[in-house]
Ligand binder design. Structure first.
Ligand SMILES: Cc1cc2nc3c(=O)[nH]c(=O)nc-3n(C[C@H](O)[C@H](O)[C@H](O)COP(=O)(O)OP(=O)(O)OC[C@H]3O[C@@H](n4cnc5c(N)ncnc54)[C@H](O)[C@@H]3O)c2cc1C
Length: 71
């Protein structure tokens, strides 16, 4: 999942479009090396890439949630 489907922050602050675009960017960066091999990735390979993506996206989202809570 990417963007709001991954996690919504708060429309009062402007991270939504940034997080949506950045999530697509991060996922594409992670998947591109697998696609370049021109073979169907194994579930373990996909899991590794998507888990790394989810860690980064969750960390960014947590920081924005912290800022929203502060406001
Ligand atoms: C009132 C309000 C104000 C906001 N103000 C800001 C702001 O000032 N700055 C900012 O950065 N962010 C703002 N946001 C947040 C921002 O709009 C979202 O974070 C951003 O649009 C998320 O992008 P997305 O692509 O993940 O989801 P979306 O933009 O919601 O796109 C999802 C798309 O998928 C489509 N879709 C849904 N289900 C299906 C389906 N089954 N099949 C095919 N298509 C489907 C929908 O029609 C939609 O077009 C605001 C949000 C709200 C509600």
């Amino acid at each position: 999942m990417a963007g709001d489907a991954f996690g919504f922050v708060d429309p009062m602050l402007p991270p939504g479009v940034f997080l949506a675009l950045r999530s697509a960017d991060l996922m594409a960066d992670g998947l591109a090396p697998l696609l370049a091999r021109r073979e169907i990735p194994s579930p373990e390979q996909l899991d590794r890439v998507l888990a790394a993506y989810a860690r980064v996206q969750n960390a960014m989202r947590s920081r924005w949630l912290e800022l929203a809570a502060y406001f």
